[in-house]
Design a binder for this molecule. Structure first.
Ligand code: ATP
Ligand code: MG
Length: 246
Protein backbone atom coordinates (compact mmCIF):
# COMPACT_ATOMS: atom_id res chain seq x y z
CA UNK A 1 0.00 0.00 0.00
CA UNK A 2 1.54 3.31 -1.11
CA UNK A 3 1.94 6.38 1.06
CA UNK A 4 0.35 9.68 0.22
CA UNK A 5 2.29 12.88 0.85
CA UNK A 6 0.93 16.42 0.73
CA UNK A 7 3.54 19.12 0.04
CA UNK A 8 2.26 22.32 1.63
CA UNK A 9 3.00 25.85 2.76
CA UNK A 10 0.85 28.78 3.76
CA UNK A 11 2.61 31.48 1.75
CA UNK A 12 3.33 31.11 -1.93
CA UNK A 13 6.72 30.61 -3.51
CA UNK A 14 8.40 28.75 -0.64
CA UNK A 15 9.50 25.97 -3.00
CA UNK A 16 6.74 23.34 -2.65
CA UNK A 17 6.76 22.44 -6.33
CA UNK A 18 10.58 22.27 -6.55
CA UNK A 19 10.81 20.17 -3.39
CA UNK A 20 8.00 17.89 -4.56
CA UNK A 21 9.70 17.29 -7.94
CA UNK A 22 13.14 16.87 -6.33
CA UNK A 23 12.03 14.25 -3.81
CA UNK A 24 9.82 12.42 -6.33
CA UNK A 25 12.65 12.12 -8.87
CA UNK A 26 15.08 11.02 -6.14
CA UNK A 27 12.70 8.22 -5.13
CA UNK A 28 12.10 7.24 -8.77
CA UNK A 29 15.89 7.17 -9.31
CA UNK A 30 15.94 4.47 -6.61
CA UNK A 31 13.37 2.49 -8.59
CA UNK A 32 10.36 3.40 -6.42
CA UNK A 33 7.00 3.67 -8.16
CA UNK A 34 6.01 7.32 -7.75
CA UNK A 35 2.97 9.33 -8.84
CA UNK A 36 3.13 13.14 -8.76
CA UNK A 37 -0.12 15.08 -8.89
CA UNK A 38 -0.16 18.82 -9.48
CA UNK A 39 -3.03 20.09 -7.31
CA UNK A 40 -2.48 23.76 -8.11
CA UNK A 41 -5.67 24.06 -10.16
CA UNK A 42 -5.41 26.80 -12.78
CA UNK A 43 -1.76 27.63 -11.90
CA UNK A 44 0.05 24.40 -12.59
CA UNK A 45 3.83 24.25 -12.84
CA UNK A 46 4.93 20.89 -11.45
CA UNK A 47 5.36 19.75 -15.07
CA UNK A 48 8.17 22.31 -15.44
CA UNK A 49 10.03 21.24 -12.29
CA UNK A 50 9.74 17.59 -13.34
CA UNK A 51 11.04 18.39 -16.83
CA UNK A 52 7.75 17.25 -18.36
CA UNK A 53 6.36 20.47 -19.78
CA UNK A 54 6.60 19.08 -23.32
CA UNK A 55 4.18 16.33 -22.40
CA UNK A 56 0.51 16.99 -23.15
CA UNK A 57 -0.48 14.54 -20.43
CA UNK A 58 -3.64 13.88 -18.51
CA UNK A 59 -4.89 16.06 -15.68
CA UNK A 60 -6.09 14.53 -12.41
CA UNK A 61 -9.58 15.68 -13.34
CA UNK A 62 -9.42 13.58 -16.55
CA UNK A 63 -8.88 10.57 -14.28
CA UNK A 64 -11.18 11.34 -11.36
CA UNK A 65 -14.06 12.26 -13.67
CA UNK A 66 -13.77 8.71 -15.05
CA UNK A 67 -12.65 9.75 -18.54
CA UNK A 68 -9.28 7.95 -18.44
CA UNK A 69 -7.69 5.17 -16.38
CA UNK A 70 -4.89 6.05 -13.96
CA UNK A 71 -2.54 3.80 -15.97
CA UNK A 72 -2.58 6.43 -18.70
CA UNK A 73 -0.89 9.02 -16.48
CA UNK A 74 2.12 10.45 -18.34
CA UNK A 75 5.39 8.53 -17.75
CA UNK A 76 8.57 10.49 -17.16
CA UNK A 77 11.01 10.28 -20.10
CA UNK A 78 14.04 9.76 -17.81
CA UNK A 79 12.49 7.90 -14.87
CA UNK A 80 10.27 5.03 -16.07
CA UNK A 81 8.72 4.44 -12.62
CA UNK A 82 7.60 8.08 -12.26
CA UNK A 83 4.12 9.03 -13.47
CA UNK A 84 2.51 12.44 -13.51
CA UNK A 85 -0.97 13.96 -13.55
CA UNK A 86 -1.14 17.68 -14.18
CA UNK A 87 -3.71 20.11 -12.72
CA UNK A 88 -6.81 21.02 -14.72
CA UNK A 89 -6.72 24.57 -16.09
CA UNK A 90 -10.34 25.36 -16.86
CA UNK A 91 -12.04 24.90 -13.53
CA UNK A 92 -11.71 26.00 -9.92
CA UNK A 93 -10.69 23.84 -6.96
CA UNK A 94 -14.19 24.25 -5.51
CA UNK A 95 -15.55 22.35 -8.52
CA UNK A 96 -13.45 19.26 -7.81
CA UNK A 97 -15.49 16.38 -6.40
CA UNK A 98 -13.62 15.44 -3.21
CA UNK A 99 -15.08 11.94 -3.18
CA UNK A 100 -13.99 11.17 -6.75
CA UNK A 101 -10.57 12.67 -5.94
CA UNK A 102 -10.29 10.44 -2.86
CA UNK A 103 -11.30 7.37 -4.89
CA UNK A 104 -8.60 8.13 -7.45
CA UNK A 105 -6.01 8.43 -4.69
CA UNK A 106 -7.14 5.17 -3.13
CA UNK A 107 -6.53 3.51 -6.47
CA UNK A 108 -3.16 5.27 -6.73
CA UNK A 109 -2.10 3.79 -3.38
CA UNK A 110 -2.53 0.34 -4.86
CA UNK A 111 -0.33 1.05 -7.89
CA UNK A 112 2.44 3.27 -6.48
CA UNK A 113 4.85 3.24 -3.54
CA UNK A 114 4.62 7.02 -3.09
CA UNK A 115 2.07 9.57 -4.22
CA UNK A 116 2.91 13.28 -3.95
CA UNK A 117 0.28 16.00 -3.98
CA UNK A 118 1.77 19.39 -4.82
CA UNK A 119 -0.58 21.83 -3.06
CA UNK A 120 -1.38 25.38 -4.08
CA UNK A 121 -0.31 28.18 -1.74
CA UNK A 122 -2.76 29.15 0.98
CA UNK A 123 -5.04 27.38 3.40
CA UNK A 124 -8.35 27.36 1.56
CA UNK A 125 -10.00 24.98 -0.91
CA UNK A 126 -6.80 23.51 -2.40
CA UNK A 127 -5.29 23.03 1.05
CA UNK A 128 -8.43 21.23 2.23
CA UNK A 129 -8.58 19.01 -0.86
CA UNK A 130 -4.97 17.93 -0.45
CA UNK A 131 -4.84 17.59 3.35
CA UNK A 132 -8.08 15.62 3.48
CA UNK A 133 -6.51 12.81 1.51
CA UNK A 134 -2.88 12.60 2.66
CA UNK A 135 -1.15 10.43 5.30
CA UNK A 136 2.07 12.41 5.58
CA UNK A 137 2.76 16.13 5.27
CA UNK A 138 5.82 18.04 4.13
CA UNK A 139 5.58 21.65 5.19
CA UNK A 140 7.97 23.73 3.07
CA UNK A 141 9.19 26.95 4.61
CA UNK A 142 11.98 29.49 4.41
CA UNK A 143 14.15 30.30 7.42
CA UNK A 144 13.09 33.95 7.97
CA UNK A 145 10.71 35.14 10.72
CA UNK A 146 7.72 35.62 8.41
CA UNK A 147 8.18 32.13 7.00
CA UNK A 148 8.48 30.69 10.51
CA UNK A 149 5.24 32.29 11.63
CA UNK A 150 3.55 31.03 8.50
CA UNK A 151 4.82 27.48 8.99
CA UNK A 152 3.65 27.54 12.61
CA UNK A 153 0.17 28.58 11.54
CA UNK A 154 -0.10 25.81 8.94
CA UNK A 155 1.23 23.35 11.52
CA UNK A 156 -1.55 24.46 13.91
CA UNK A 157 -4.20 24.03 11.23
CA UNK A 158 -2.96 20.53 10.48
CA UNK A 159 -2.98 19.67 14.19
CA UNK A 160 -6.54 21.03 14.52
CA UNK A 161 -7.54 18.79 11.63
CA UNK A 162 -6.05 15.85 13.57
CA UNK A 163 -3.19 15.36 11.12
CA UNK A 164 -0.05 13.64 12.29
CA UNK A 165 3.22 12.94 10.48
CA UNK A 166 3.95 16.57 9.68
CA UNK A 167 7.61 17.33 8.85
CA UNK A 168 9.34 20.58 7.99
CA UNK A 169 11.50 21.19 4.94
CA UNK A 170 13.49 24.41 5.36
CA UNK A 171 14.19 25.60 1.82
CA UNK A 172 16.41 28.25 0.20
CA UNK A 173 18.80 28.51 3.11
CA UNK A 174 21.55 30.98 2.23
CA UNK A 175 24.98 29.33 2.16
CA UNK A 176 26.63 32.58 3.36
CA UNK A 177 24.59 32.27 6.51
CA UNK A 178 25.65 28.72 7.29
CA UNK A 179 27.28 29.78 10.56
CA UNK A 180 24.02 31.18 11.92
CA UNK A 181 21.68 28.91 10.09
CA UNK A 182 21.62 26.13 12.66
CA UNK A 183 20.18 28.60 15.14
CA UNK A 184 17.59 29.73 12.63
CA UNK A 185 16.54 26.18 11.86
CA UNK A 186 16.23 25.37 15.55
CA UNK A 187 14.01 28.47 15.82
CA UNK A 188 11.87 27.24 12.96
CA UNK A 189 11.44 23.86 14.60
CA UNK A 190 10.73 25.33 18.04
CA UNK A 191 8.32 27.99 16.82
CA UNK A 192 6.52 25.72 14.43
CA UNK A 193 6.64 22.88 16.98
CA UNK A 194 7.44 20.47 14.18
CA UNK A 195 10.31 18.09 13.46
CA UNK A 196 12.61 18.64 10.53
CA UNK A 197 13.00 16.23 7.61
CA UNK A 198 15.45 18.26 5.56
CA UNK A 199 17.21 21.49 4.71
CA UNK A 200 17.72 22.64 1.12
CA UNK A 201 20.27 25.35 0.44
CA UNK A 202 19.68 28.25 -1.90
CA UNK A 203 20.87 26.78 -5.20
CA UNK A 204 20.67 28.48 -8.61
CA UNK A 205 20.52 25.04 -10.26
CA UNK A 206 16.87 24.75 -9.14
CA UNK A 207 15.80 27.64 -11.36
CA UNK A 208 18.32 26.86 -14.12
CA UNK A 209 17.16 23.24 -14.41
CA UNK A 210 13.54 24.40 -14.76
CA UNK A 211 14.57 26.97 -17.37
CA UNK A 212 16.29 24.25 -19.41
CA UNK A 213 13.35 21.87 -18.98
CA UNK A 214 15.12 19.24 -16.86
CA UNK A 215 14.59 17.89 -13.35
CA UNK A 216 17.36 19.22 -11.05
CA UNK A 217 18.57 15.69 -10.35
CA UNK A 218 19.24 15.20 -14.05
CA UNK A 219 20.58 18.70 -14.70
CA UNK A 220 23.04 18.87 -11.79
CA UNK A 221 23.26 15.50 -10.07
CA UNK A 222 25.68 16.59 -7.36
CA UNK A 223 24.50 20.13 -6.65
CA UNK A 224 23.45 21.12 -3.13
CA UNK A 225 19.73 20.92 -3.92
CA UNK A 226 20.00 17.47 -5.56
CA UNK A 227 21.93 16.14 -2.57
CA UNK A 228 19.32 17.56 -0.18
CA UNK A 229 16.40 16.05 -2.15
CA UNK A 230 18.14 12.65 -2.18
CA UNK A 231 18.69 12.79 1.58
CA UNK A 232 15.01 13.66 2.19
CA UNK A 233 14.01 10.77 -0.10
CA UNK A 234 16.13 8.40 2.03
CA UNK A 235 14.59 9.70 5.28
CA UNK A 236 11.11 9.26 3.83
CA UNK A 237 11.98 5.59 3.33
CA UNK A 238 13.01 5.36 6.98
CA UNK A 239 16.79 5.44 6.54
CA UNK A 240 18.84 7.39 9.07
CA UNK A 241 20.57 10.08 7.01
CA UNK A 242 22.72 12.64 8.85
CA UNK A 243 21.23 16.16 8.84
CA UNK A 244 23.98 17.66 6.64
CA UNK A 245 23.56 20.96 4.86
CA UNK A 246 25.90 20.29 1.91
N1 ATP B 1 16.52 25.69 -3.07
C1 ATP B 1 16.27 26.64 -3.97
N2 ATP B 1 17.26 27.47 -4.39
C2 ATP B 1 17.01 28.45 -5.29
N3 ATP B 1 15.82 28.68 -5.85
C3 ATP B 1 14.78 27.90 -5.47
C4 ATP B 1 14.94 26.84 -4.53
N4 ATP B 1 13.73 26.24 -4.35
C5 ATP B 1 12.88 26.90 -5.15
N5 ATP B 1 13.50 27.89 -5.84
C6 ATP B 1 12.90 28.85 -6.79
O1 ATP B 1 11.88 29.55 -6.10
C7 ATP B 1 10.79 29.82 -6.96
C8 ATP B 1 9.51 29.27 -6.34
O2 ATP B 1 9.65 27.88 -6.25
P1 ATP B 1 8.40 26.92 -6.40
O3 ATP B 1 7.62 27.22 -7.63
O4 ATP B 1 8.90 25.54 -6.20
O5 ATP B 1 7.57 27.39 -5.11
P2 ATP B 1 6.06 27.05 -4.73
O6 ATP B 1 6.00 27.06 -3.25
O7 ATP B 1 5.63 25.81 -5.40
O8 ATP B 1 5.29 28.30 -5.34
P3 ATP B 1 3.69 28.46 -5.44
O9 ATP B 1 3.23 28.80 -4.06
O10 ATP B 1 3.51 29.58 -6.40
O11 ATP B 1 3.15 27.17 -5.92
C9 ATP B 1 11.14 29.19 -8.30
O12 ATP B 1 11.69 30.16 -9.17
C10 ATP B 1 12.20 28.16 -7.95
O13 ATP B 1 13.09 27.92 -9.03
MG1 MG C 1 3.94 25.46 -6.60
Amino acid sequence: MGELFAVLSGKGGTGKTSVCAGIATALAAEGKRVLCIDCDVGLRNLDISLGMSEAGGLSFLDVCSGGYPLEQAEKHPDYPTLSFLTAPMNCSTEQIDGIAFGDMLQQARNSFDYVFLDAPAGVDAGFRLVTGAADRFLLVTGAGPAAIRDAARVGDLLELAGKKNVRLVVNRVDRDMLSVVQLTIDDVMDTAGLPLIGVVLEDPNVTLAAAFGHPVLKYAKRCDASKAYKRIARRIQGFAEPMKLR
